[in-house]
Design a binder for this molecule. Structure first.
Ligand code: ATP
Ligand code: MG
Length: 276
């Protein structure tokens, strides 16, 4: 990235104070009841925000709208100070499934899409450097020639994360990226995510239904719940890193979040089917 462009992006960020900001967002699938309503939510530059909520409350739908993959029924999304109407190449997505192309090796999977027309043009040498840096950052140096069939689930998710990082995103959207992994691999990946997000100076919006994951990873936790979905509460997580799930402060926060979740559940169950 040239200094001038990087300076312009910094200026944009400073202008609005948000990398991403959504205002009064509502969404309904065709012919259906609203999935969520009146959601206002922001992610600051370099901030890690966890969007936490029970299954079916609309987290993935909200993430897709925030990423520009789906248009809202009402409300607006601003990304780097400009209205977002389609996915922006300065954002990247990681999903629960790594979705690697089986006929491409690790290097080619990480570089895949970097040359697409929508992406900013980069020289071949920079392409190679970015791919190499991203592979090294996720701890896969030495595995460049492997094919997806020869990767464990954790390694495949590392490739997916590297593919996102190679885009040098301002914002990383991640939808339950570790929920299919075993507990030990998940813990490693949570630490890795925080590490690379900090080193890449990227903001992240992490969708999760795991309270401990949110506490271990996030700078701020936003709780979504109810039907239609809404933002119920948020917490600033000012715990020192690396965080310990069993510290007193983490336990207190976990208790607060659980109490809030139960509050949403009892309100929802008196009106309609519970989503939490
Ligand atoms: N393509 C679709 N068409 C119609 N309804 C949908 C569609 N996708 C999701 N829904 C519905 O929208 C609601 C929210 O779904 P969504 O996947 O956003 O929830 P979620 O919080 O991500 O759930 P989970 O934790 O299980 O991933 C659910 O009731 C779901 O059935
Ligand atoms: Mg989901």
């Amino acid at each position: 990235m040239s200094d001038a462009i990087s300076g312009a992006i910094e200026a944009e960020r400073a202008d609005s104070g948000w990398a991403l900001h959504a205002d009064a967002l509502s969404f309904a699938y065709a012919g259906g009841a609203p999935t969520f309503e009146h959601i206002t939510l922001g992610v600051r530059p370099r901030e890690i925000v966890a969007l936490l909520g029970g299954s079916g409350c609309g987290k993935s739908t909200l993430l897709r709208v925030l990423a520009g993959l789906q248009a809202p029924s009402a409300g607006t999304v601003q990304f780097l100070g400009a209205p977002l109407t389609e996915p922006n190449p300065r954002s990247a997505l990681v999903f629960q499934q790594a979705s690697l192309l089986p006929w491409l090796n690790v290097t080619a999977n990480v570089g895949f899409g970097l040359d697409f027309a929508r992406q900013p043009k980069i020289a071949r040498a920079e392409h190679q450097q970015r791919v190499q840096d991203a592979i090294a950052a996720v701890g896969l140096a030495g595995s460049e020639k492997r094919y997806p069939a020869a990767l464990s689930g954790g390694m495949a998710q590392r490739v997916a994360l590297a593919r996102a990082l190679a885009r040098q995103p301002e914002l990383l959207f991640a939808d339950e990226p570790f929920s299919a992994l075993d507990a030990i691999t998940r813990a490693e990946m949570q630490t890795l995510l925080v590490d690379v997000v900090h080193r890449w100076h990227t903001a992240a919006l992490l969708v999760t239904h795991d309270i401990d994951e949110a506490i271990l990873v996030a700078d701020r936790i936003v709780l979504m719940g109810g039907r239609p979905g809404a933002i119920v509460r948020e917490w600033q997580v000012d715990l020192a890193r690396p965080r310990l799930a069993d510290s007193d402060a983490a336990s207190k926060l976990r208790f607060d979040i659980l109490a809030a979740l139960q509050g949403v559940r009892s309100t929802a169950s008196t009106t309609t089917e519970s989503t939490l």
